[in-house]
Design a protein. Structure first.
Length: 377
């Protein structure tokens, strides 16, 4: 004959002692007398009894003098409604607060037992002490963090100071090297000038061109040696220095040819400063030598920023393109110096002028304001 088995709702989960693993004290009671059916270790520690001593005992005997707790158990058992309650235990040396949470175990629509969970709450004084302790620890931690931050700041300032000193040392070294290069170039210029004096004028043109080119480079290193920066060169100052050099080497004090400079405040990287100076010198020298057969006129060197580019203009009011030897027009031959320097600067060149005499020639060169590395010729 088959046996009809009914699952006991008060029976613990067969897969494991579910009460035992609860972190807070928990127990289950059954019947109207609320006898303990199951209890976990945390609850046993709370009431200072063994599990064997607690099982089967009325719950009110485990917590004597607690009529309100018993009344709550009756309420949950008879109504099936969960309740929670907090009360103060004045029996201990320091007043503690007990929080009870109770809910019914239901079977066939009615309560057959109650699950009880108890949470002990420290008294306000202990909570205050705990808060003060936490604040103290936080203050100490903040002090440690402040000290660590101060130490890190000192280290950072030291590193910044060392880097600034390194940059200053590098600047001084660059200025010293530039000064020595300038002096050496000036010696070379002086030697060339001495050769020019000993050479017939008809044979001295090559020496004059060489002198002007080396002098332009010497002016660049003179500017670098006086600069407070090494990552860029001021082109407006460089342009004026080149104009002075050309005037001194190519024009006499009584010459009717003048050189005018108009320039925005523009900077360029040092890598391109040398080909820039040589380009200006080449264009200016060509204009002075070939645009004014009558010995009177003006050469204008101008520099301005156009968007993200730099525009160099070398213009003269001389005889114009029609009267010039085509081989002297800048940029007409890819192998001439002007084309080489423009290519090194990563720029483009345009030459304009009317065919009539006296209309002059204008050379415009556009180059990027910055470049990682100029292309090699």
């Amino acid at each position: 004959m088959a046996t009809n088995t009914t699952r006991d709702p008060m029976r613990s989960d067969p897969a494991g002692p579910w009460l035992e693993h609860a972190p807070s004290p928990m127990a289950t009671v059954e019947g109207a007398t609320h006898r303990v059916r199951d209890i976990n270790t945390a609850f046993c520690r709370l009431i200072d009894k063994s599990r064997g001593d607690a099982l089967g005992q009325p719950f009110c005997e485990l917590l004597p003098d607690n009529a309100e707790c018993l009344a709550l158990l009756d309420h949950v058992f008879h109504t099936g409604e969960p309740v929670s309650h907090t009360e103060q235990d004045r029996g201990g040396p320091a007043a503690a607060f007990w929080s009870y949470v109770m809910w019914p175990v239901m079977a066939n629509g009615s309560a057959v037992g109650v699950v009880i969970q108890v949470i002990e709450t420290p008294p306000p004084q202990e909570r205050t002490l705990a808060m003060n302790e936490a604040l103290l620890l936080g203050s100490l931690r903040q002090h440690e963090l402040t000290a660590a931050g101060a130490l890190a700041n000192v280290r950072l300032q030291t590193e910044i100071g060392q880097r600034m000193q390194s940059e200053q040392d590098a600047l001084m070294l660059t200025k010293e090297i530039s000064h020595r290069i300038k002096n050496n170039l000036q010696i070379v210029v002086a030697l060339i000038a001495n050769e020019i004096k000993r050479t017939p004028p008809s044979l001295a043109k090559g020496y004059l061109a060489m002198e002007a080119r080396i002098a332009a480079i010497a002016r660049l290193y003179d500017l670098i040696s006086q600069s407070t920066r090494v990552e860029s060169v001021s082109l407006d100052a460089y342009l004026r220095e080149i104009a002075k050099t050309m005037s001194a080497s190519l024009l006499e004090s009584s010459s009717g040819i003048s050189i005018e400079v108009r320039s925005d405040a523009v900077e360029i990287d040092p890598d391109r400063a040398v080909p820039f100076g040589l380009l200006v010198n080449e264009l200016g020298t060509n204009a002075i030598k070939h645009a004014f057969p009558g010995g009177i006129g003006r050469v204008t060197l101008s520099l301005e920023r156009v968007g993200d580019q730099i525009e160099l203009t070398v213009a003269d009011d001389g005889v114009g393109m029609a009267a010039k030897d085509p081989s002297l027009i800048p940029g007409k031959h890819g192998s001439d110096y002007v084309a080489i320097f423009v290519r090194q600067l990563g720029g483009t060149i345009t030459v304009s002028g009317s065919d009539g005499p006296g209309t002059g020639t204008t050379v415009r060169i556009r180059l990027p304001s910055r470049t990682a590395r100029p292309p090699t010729a």
